[in-house]
Design a protein around this ligand. Structure first.
Ligand code: F6P
Length: 367
C-alpha cells in the first residue's frame, strides 16, 4: 500500500525550510513512491485540516526560496488559542491524522517543535522531526539548518557597521538573535571581528566592557563593535535571576521575579549602549538586526544540510523508524530518539573552542 505522509513546519521560520520540504518530498515520492500532504501554519493546520497538496509541481523551484511554502505558527497542540480560549487539541490532531489516513507525520522545527512532536508520539502518532532554527540551539545535532544563512547575514552586517563606526569614532552595539543561546552572536562576532561579544552563557559586567573599549581608545582605535546576543545579561541580572528562581523553587511564590531575558531584549541593548556612552565618553549607536536574520534565500551550506536531513527523514519513514529527530553528525545523519532531544537546549559551553579562539585574538566577553 502507498504510504501517505503528512508534513508541517512549526515555530519561527528559517532559511532552508523549503529546501528541507523539497528533500523530504522528492525522496518520499520519487524514490519511495509515497504520497505527501502539507499541513499549513504548523500544528494548527492539523487541527483545522488546513491542507496543501504536495506534488512535483509544488516541490519544484522552492530550493532557493526563504520562508516556508507551508506557512508556520508557534501554536502548540496542547495549548492552542481557539474560539477565545486556550485548549488542549491533541485529541483533535490524532483524530485528523487518522481521518487523513496518514502513515507518518514529519515536523520541521526547533526546540519547541521537538517537544510538541514528542507529545504527539506519546499520543500514538508516527512522528519524525528535522532540526531547524537560526539559533542553532537544538540538542543532539551538530547544527540546525538556518544557522549558516543567519550567520552570513549577521557577519555581513558587522562588516558594514565597521566602516561607519570607524569613520564616526563610535561604539556600535549590534543586537543579534539567538533566543537564550549565543551561537549566532558568537559566530558572527568572531567572523566579523567584533571587539566585544556578549552572550547569555557568559554574563557580563558593563564596567569590564567599558574598560575593553577604553583600552582600544588608548591604542589609537577610538571605535568599537559590540556584538550582543539578544539573550545576553549582565552579572547583576544573572545573580538576581538565580536568587529569584531559587526562592520560587522554595515555594515563596509572592517574590517578584525580575523579567526573564526574552521579554525585554531591545530595552536591555539600548540601556547597555547608554551606559557604555556614559562610561567611555564615546558616542554609541544601536543596530537591532531582528528578523532580517531569518529572511531571504538560504546559503549553499543550509541548502545542502536541509536536503541531507530531509532525504534521511524519507529513508527513516521507508524503514518505518519513527519517534526520532534526524540529527547531523559530521557528514552523516543519526536518528535520535525524541525523548533524548525534547526539553533540552544546546547552549554555548563557556569553554567552547570558539570562545577560546575569540579570547586569543583579544575579543572581550565583558567577564
Ligand atoms: O527562534 C528563532 C528566533 O528568531 C529567535 O532568535 C528569536 O528570539 C525569536 O525567534 C523571535 O521570534 P518571533 O519571530 O516570534 O518574533
Amino acid at each position: 500500500m502507498t504510504q501517505h505522509i503528512g508534513i508541517l513546519t512549526s515555530g519561527g521560520d528559517s532559511p532552508g525550510l523549503n529546501a528541507a520540504i523539497r528533500g523530504v518530498g522528492k525522496a518520499c515520492m520519487a524514490h519511495y513512491g509515497m504520497r505527501l500532504t502539507g499541513f499549513r501554519d504548523g500544528f494548527r493546520g492539523l487541527v483545522e485540516n488546513r491542507t496543501m497538496p504536495l506534488g512535483g509541481e509544488q516541490l519544484s523551484g522552492i530550493l532557493t526560496l526563504g520562508g516556508t511554502i507551508l506557512g508556520t505558527s508557534r501554536d502548540k497542540p496542547h495549548k492552542m488559542p481557539m474560539d477565545g480560549e486556550v485548549r488542549d487539541l491533541t485529541e483533535q490532531i490524532v483524530a485528523n491524522y487518522h481521518a487523513h489516513q496518514l502513515d507518518a507525520l514529519v515536523c520541521l522545527g526547533g526546540g519547541g517543535t521537538q517537544k510538541n512532536a514528542l507529545r504527539l508520539l506519546r499520543a500514538g502518532l508516527n512522528v519524525v522531526t528535522l532540526p531547524k532554527t537560526i539559533d542553532n540551539d537544538v540538542a543532539m545535532t551538530d547544527i540546525t539548518f538556518g544557522f549558516d544563512t543567519a550567520l552570513g547575514i549577521a557577519t555581513d552586517a558587522i562588516d558594514r557597521l565597521h566602516s561607519t563606526a570607524h569613520s564616526h569614532h563610535r561604539i556600535i552595539v549590534v543586537e543579534i538573535m539567538g533566543h537564550r543561546a549565543g551561537w549566532l552572536a558568537l559566530g558572527a562576532g568572531i567572523a566579523g571581528g567584533a571587539d566585544v561579544i556578549l552572550i547569555p552563557e557568559i554574563p557580563y559586567r558593563v564596567d569590564d566592557v567599558a574598560a575593553a573599549i577604553r583600552r582600544r581608545v588608548e591604542q589609537g582605535k577610538p571605535f568599537s563593535i559590540v556584538a550582543v546576543a539578544e539573550g545576553a545579561i549582565s552579572r547583576e541580572e544573572h545573580d538576581a535571576l538565580l536568587a529569584a528562581r531559587a526562592l520560587k523553587k522554595e515555594g515563596k511564590k509572592r517574590v517578584s521575579l525580575p523579567q526573564e531575558p526574552e521579554i525585554v531584549y531591545a530595552d536591555r541593548t539600548l540601556t547597555l549602549a547608554k551606559r557604555l556612552e556614559a562610561l567611555t565618553g564615546l558616542e554609541a549607536r544601536v543596530t537591532i538586526l531582528g528578523h532580517l536574520q531569518r529572511g531571504g534565500t538560504p546559503s549553499a551550506a543550509d541548502r545542502i544540510l536541509a536536503t541531507r536531513l530531509g532525504t534521511a527523514a524519507a529513508d527513516l519513514i521507508a524503514a518505518r523508524q519513527y519517534g526520532v529527530m534526524v540529527a547531523a553528525r559530521g557528514e552523516a545523519t543519526r536518528a535520535v530518539p525524541l525523548d533524548e532531544v525534547a526539553g533540552k537546549v544546546k547552549t554555548v559551553p563557556p569553554d567552547h573552542p570558539w570562545v577560546a579562539s575569540a579570547r586569543r585574538v583579544g575579543t572581550s566577553f565583558g567577564d
